[in-house]
Each structure stands twice: as C-alpha cells, then as structure tokens.
Design a binder for this molecule. Sequence first.
Ligand code: NAP
Length: 239
Amino acid sequence: MSTTNTPRVALVTGGGSGIGKAIVERLSADGHQVATLDLQPSDAPHSYVADVTDRAAIDAALTRIHDELGTVGILVNAAGLDGFKPFLKISFEDWQRVVNVNLHGVFHMIQAVLPEMIETGWGRIVNISSSSTHSGTPYMSHYVSAKSGVNGLTKSLALEYGPAGVTVNAVPPGFIDTPMLRKAADKGYLGDIDKTIEATPVRRMGLPEDIAAAVAFLASEEASYITGQILGVNGGRNT
Ligand code: NAP
C-alpha cells in the first residue's frame, strides 16, 4: 500500500506497548514525528508520561509536545485496560475504572487535541476500539460498553468535524498477540488459543503490525474521503 504523506506530528496513547508500540514504529517509518503518551516512559524518542484519565496531565504533556515537536496532526487512541468478571461481580468502582480509561480517556484526548487540528484545517483521529463490540463478550460487559461508546463517539465526531478537515475513524482489533492478550490468556480468560486460531478464517493470531497498517492508512493523505468508519482488523472472525 503506498502512502504519500506530508510529515506530521503524531501522538499515540498507549504507545509504549503492544498495538500502540507497533503504531509508533509504523508512523515513524512513514516519516512522521511520533510522540507516545503512556503511564510509563517508553523507549520511543519522544516519550511523554500521563494517565489518559487525567486531563491536567494530558494538557501539560500537550504543551510540551507542542513546544518540542509542533502541532499534532494525527492522534491515535490506543491506551486501554481490559477486565474480566461476571456482570454481577463488577463493582461500580471496577465499572468506572474500565469506562474511565477506555472511553473517558478518549474523550479527554480528543477534546484536548482537536482545537489545534481545527485551527490548521487538517487532522486524523484513529480510535482503537475492540472486535468485542461486534458481538458482545461474556465477562467483559464494562469493557465492551466502553469500547462501543468509542465507536459511537467516532461516528458522531466524524459528522461534526468533517467540514473542518478532520477525519475520525475506529479500528476494532480482534485477537492480537500483545502483552494485554497474553496476560489474559495466562489467567485462563481466553480459553484455548489454538482452538481460537482454528476458528479464525485466516488461521493465525493477529500481530500488532496488522493494526498499525490499518491505522497508517487511515492516517494518510489518501484516506481523506474515509471518515466515521469502523474498520475491523480481526482475521475474518467478525464481518
Ligand atoms: P497493552 O499491550 O496492554 O498496551 C496498552 C497500553 O496502554 C500500555 O502501554 C498501558 O500501560 C497503556 N495504558 C493503560 N492504561 C492507561 C492510562 N490510563 N493512561 C495511559 N496509558 C495507559 O495492550 P494492547 O493489546 O496493545 O491494546 C491496545 C489497544 O487495543 C487497547 O485499547 C485495547 O483495549 C485494544 N484491543 C486489543 C486487543 C488485542 O487482541 N490485543 C483486542 C481488542 C482491543 P501499562 O502497560 O503501564 O498499563
């Protein structure tokens, strides 16, 4: 896939691990200056530390990014937190934490970055939701609710900000080999991984690079007519 890009400043939340890390590497290879925003410092050249639920910390990081790199043109929301409990065992605190990181974090990031995209008349926002939003997933009702909210937010913002030159799309990944997935598998939450591979039409797990390729395309110049879309990258498990 050829992507002819003007170099931009890109900001990737959760860029220190898994899918976010692969997105950082891919956008860097595409010629962008890429900053990560994560709970821990990452080994990326432009690493900023903030919790996506903490608006003051986000604003402080953005001031530094603005001073050190320039105006953010590409925002990828990849930070996320999973959770596995039967619905009746989910405390309201569990519910709030999962919704805070996965949905409210995306609200804060977009609200903080969007004004500078509007000012320059160009922006690409890509939200990493989850393939669990296609079908629902037992024991993940808080997570699936939050990620479904992200898909809805994506569609609404696409309509509001298309006229301003900003596209907003979501990529819901399914069954991607990352530290998050491995931790869940080790705790026995995901069943037999080999059986899941057998049931996946392309007969393999996804790689973080599979998600990064879709994100890089949606962030490119040539994706300017694509907005409000939910682009599943899941080996055909959800269509
Ligand atoms: P990962 O390896 O755990 O990476 C997630 C990153 O987000 C980590 O660096 C994590 O930091 C960071 N993070 C968590 N909470 C944060 C917060 N409050 N503020 C800032 N950063 C925070 O997971 P992944 O599998 O790559 O997941 C990336 C995204 O894809 C997530 O949104 C996830 O829900 C979504 N997703 C993944 C899959 C899959 O199959 N892997 C499927 C569907 C959706 P720490 O490591 O320090 O906690």
